[in-house]
Design a protein around this ligand. Structure first.
Ligand code: C5P
Length: 483
């Protein structure tokens, strides 16, 4: 879950980091850390931050804990259908907040919605005519109901009453709002609100199933007190939750960050911790135990996460490739250093352990170069390194999603599955190493992996490490979106 600190840090990152923001707000470093700790900004400073971000194409809502790109390019159009219920008044706030976000709202109200709020208030808010009549000569002359139904990027029904869900499910078209639902060819999202008994009724649930099967997106109602005094599920979802749903459907995957010009999609505000590359375990000041890992896959993951808007901490062993752009890279040498850096970097929303960590370290490593002597070969005494993946998976500040890699030379699936269970991580990305030619992995630009989770496994075809990274990030985004 995003908290105040995460959102504030994401905003600071978008504005160029702590120093840039201190300058903007004319405060010192201690003031920024005070804001973080207090979970609050003085109103005047908050206004400056919001204004600067808006200028740069971002919408900051510190109360609603959101930082999202404004729909600055092509404005997305939402046809907001308000049906009758006490929650109708919340649709006004919803419309306003969606507009703050850069969406264009056109309102349609059912007859019963007009018992709760007036078309005038919605029209005043949206600056657009509000439609309510199916058979209105003026409306048809201005904009036929079919065009109204199609001239949008999404139809959002909020609040959706039990009656309206039933009409939608059965294809009734006896007023403008229901006719639009039948005539539209754009995605439809519903945010129901009703009495808990009505919500739980098998008829409502069956209607809902029908609609879901038809591809309608549900923003489920929430638990709590309802207007009728009964407690249970039925309250209209929070405005922020509905907006997040709209963002998911409408914000294109490739929204460009005005700062970096990179795609800033679904990982905005999330902190992702990634390990990459090999570790070197010293034998003496000039020799070490190492492996063939190039860091290409871990670094590609870090870059893809940053492109998706995440704050990335990359903890890298010694590699020959440059630090990825837009990523905080911490350079380490040994497994112990990598472990320490990972623990220090917590909390994180997700950890991806792509490093090839040495399993053993040399306990009796020399402080001087070990010399060849007649006494015979030196006896290296090995001890196990900390297992970073297993430690993160069992840490009290465990990231919500922990992903490991498994480089196997035999029985790929069986070994990787066992590894997932042993290390208590969520997913394992397994690849067969040790191949030659086309099948080689170490140091190469391509990889072929199998992703194993609690549900089963997915085999991904051989492709570039960059594409594997992007595919995995899309899977991670989907995982977070589903929660
Ligand atoms: O046990 P094995 O090395 O095969 O496990 C591979 C996975 O565990 C990788 O995700 C690797 O980054 C992680 N690992 C770790 N710390 C270790 C050993 C492996 O994080 N000491």
């Amino acid at each position: 879950m995003s908290d105040f600190k995460t959102i504030l840090d994401a905003a600071i990152q978008q504005l160029g980091g702590n120093e840039a923001v201190q300058k903007l707000l004319a405060v010192g470093a201690s003031a920024l850390s005070n804001y973080r700790q207090r979970g609050q900004l003085p109103a005047a400073k908050q206004a400056i931050l919001e204004a600067e971000l808006t200028q740069q194409g971002w919408y900051l809502d510190l109360e609603g804990l959101q930082l999202t790109p404004l729909n600055s390019g092509q404005q997305k159009r939402i046809l907001l259908l308000i049906t009758g219920g006490i929650a109708a008044y919340k649709a006004l706030e919803l419309a306003r907040r969606l507009m703050d976000r850069g969406y264009q709202i056109r309102g349609v109200m059912s007859k019963s919605a007009m018992e709760f709020i007036t078309p005038l208030s919605l029209a005043a808010l949206t600056g657009e005519k509000v439609y309510s009549e199916l058979f209105s000569l003026t409306d048809e002359a201005e904009m036929g109901h079919i065009r109204l139904a199609r001239d949008a990027d999404i139809v959002l029904v909020a609040p959706a009453t039990a009656n309206f869900l039933a009409k939608m499910a059965h294809g009734l078209a006896d007023d403008l709002a229901s006719t639009i639902c039948l005539a539209t060819d754009c995605p439809v999202m519903i945010a129901p609100a009703m009495n808990p008994i009505m919500w739980a009724h098998p008829a409502t649930q069956a209607n809902l199933e029908t609609l879901k099967k038809r591809g309608v997106t549900l923003i489920a109602p929430e638990d709590g007190d309802t207007a009728c005094g009964e407690i249970g599920t039925g309250r209209l979802a929070e405005t922020a939750v509905i907006i997040a749903g709209i963002d998911r459907l409408l914000a294109p995957q490739k929204i460009l960050s005005p700062l970096s010009g990179k795609s800033a999609a679904g990982l905005l505000g999330r902190h992702i911790l990634i390990t990459s590359g090999p570790t070197y375990e010293p034998i003496d000041p000039v020799r070490y135990i190492a492996n063939h890992s190039s860091g290409k896959q871990g670094h590609a993951l870090a870059e893809a996460c940053a492109k998706a808007g995440a704050k990335v901490t990359l903890i890298s062993g010694p590699v020959q490739i440059p630090d990825p752009e837009g990523v905080e890279t911490i350079h380490v040498t040994t497994a112990q250093q990598m472990y320490d850096a990972c623990i220090t970097a917590l909390p994180a929303d997700c950890a991806i352990c792509a490093a090839a960590v040495a399993d053993w370290k040399v306990v009796n490593h020399g402080t001087q170069k070990i010399k060849k002597t007649k006494a015979g070969t030196p006896q290296l005494q090995l001890a196990e390194n900390p297992d970073i993946l297993a430690s993160l998976s069992q840490h009290e500040a465990r990231p919500a999603l922990v992903i490991g890699f498994a480089a196997e030379t035999e029985n790929l699936n069986r070994n990787a599955k066992a590894k997932r269970e042993r290390k208590k991580c969520d997913w394992i990305v397994a690849n067969a190493v040790g191949g030659t030619g086309q099948d080689a992995v170490f140091g190469k630009d391509t990889n072929r992996v199998t992703v194993i989770d609690a549900q089963g496994h997915e085999d991904w075809q051989q492709t570039s490490k960059t594409q594997i990274a992007e595919k995995l990030i899309t899977r991670i985004e989907a995982w977070f979106n589903e929660r």
